[in-house]
Design a protein around this ligand. Structure first.
Ligand code: NAP
Length: 304
């Protein structure tokens, strides 16, 4: 029998508590998102991650309401999309309304990218030549977006602000040029993309780190990794549990997504990895190679 441990809580630099395993909702259809969030809350998750662009905020919000769990016991994150960066307050108001809540706990800049809000598509506009309809950084940068997000803290519509898909270089610039230290950075993190330097930088600056795609995103490809399977056998748990437990072991909050009740519950059970096993997982990229599963083509360079 496996020896599971309680999912820990972490503290944001705002003083708020956040549950150490969050529930992801990307690519869940309306129907799936409703039952998934209900199942997640039943399984014990109190931390839900959504985004305007997932198109499911209204359903996630309905499931939250129908779960009957008091609002103050839940931690809800949503994100500012790239075409909304010049009207952050309007976008936050729209998201909070869609969720049917009075506030969100964390509002993240989804990507350090600005796109034309009046282009040929409300979410992913392109130019006549087919290229992305990007606002050049010289006109509007992620620093401008973040400065407008800082003002959102006065509205009471979000308790904290943060960023997503930032590199260490961008985090350094952000800390130099803005006032509010982001409460969190959400990035792709898993055994084949540990980004240790960036994680260390955030921890040194009291920025909480969240791991998206902790199983390798669509189809959970990381679960085929032999070393992770063996560790699962050793701890008598699933391979997914090893990936999720490894995130918690390194002080990072994983956000596994599933639409299947059994997996949702399984992903909320974690074990305490030994330091030796944790380090083995951290070094898998050296033999398997670094892999990034979420890298949309923005027409501008995002990652190193
Ligand atoms: P993920 O959680 O790494 O993997 C999801 C995939 O794994 C789905 O295909 C799911 O299938 C499968 N799966 C889940 N649990 C499993 C298990 N125990 N055994 C076998 N397969 C399992 O990927 P993700 O959705 O890309 O990332 C997680 C969350 O992070 C997202 O939902 C979103 O909230 C957030 N995210 C944020 C960003 C950003 O830009 N900030 C980008 C990507 C993701 P089923 O659903 O069929 O179970």
């Amino acid at each position: 029998m496996a020896t599971y441990i309680e999912v820990p809580s972490f503290k944001l630099n705002t003083g708020a508590s956040i549950q150490g395993v969050g529930f992801g909702t990307w690519r869940s259809t309306e129907e799936e998102a409703y039952s998934a969030v209900i199942d997640a809350i039943k399984a014990g998750y109190r931390h839900i991650d959504t985004a305007y662009i997932y198109g499911n905020e209204h359903i996630v919000g309905k499931a939250i309401k129908d779960s009957g769990v008091p609002r103050e016991e839940l931690f809800v994150t949503t994100k500012l999309w790239v075409t909304g960066v010049q009207k952050a307050q309007e976008c936050l108001e729209r998201s909070v309304k869609a969720l049917g809540l009075e506030y969100v706990d964390l509002y993240l800049m989804h990507w350090p990218v600005a796109m034309n809000a009046n282009g040929n598509d409300p979410n992913l506009p392109s130019k006549p030549d087919g290229s992305r309809d990007i606002i050049p950084e010289s006109e509007w940068s992620y620093i401008d977006t973040y400065k407008s997000m800082e003002k959102l803290l006065d509205t009471g519509l979000t308790k904290a602000i943060g960023v997503s898909n930032f590199t260490k270089e961008k985090m350094e610039k952000l800390l130099k040029e803005t006032t509010v230290v982001p409460a969190a950075l959400q990035i792709e993190l898993h055994p084949l993309l540990p980004q240790q330097e960036l994680v260390d930088f955030c921890h040194e600056n009291k920025i909480l780190v969240e791991a998206y795609s902790p199983l390798g995103s669509i189809g959970a490809p990381l679960l085929k990794t032999e070393e992770l399977i063996k560790l699962g056998e050793k701890y008598k748990v699933s391979t997914a549990c090893i990936c999720i437990s490894w995130s918690v072991w390194r002080g990072v909050i994983p956000l596994p997504k599933s639409t299947k009740a059994a997996r949702i519950a399984e992903n909320f059970k974690i074990v305490k990895l030994s330091d030796e096993d944790g380090k083995t997982v951290s070094e898998l990229y050296k033999t398997h190679g670094v892999q990034r599963f979420v890298a949309p083509d923005w027409g501008v360079k995002i990652f190193d």
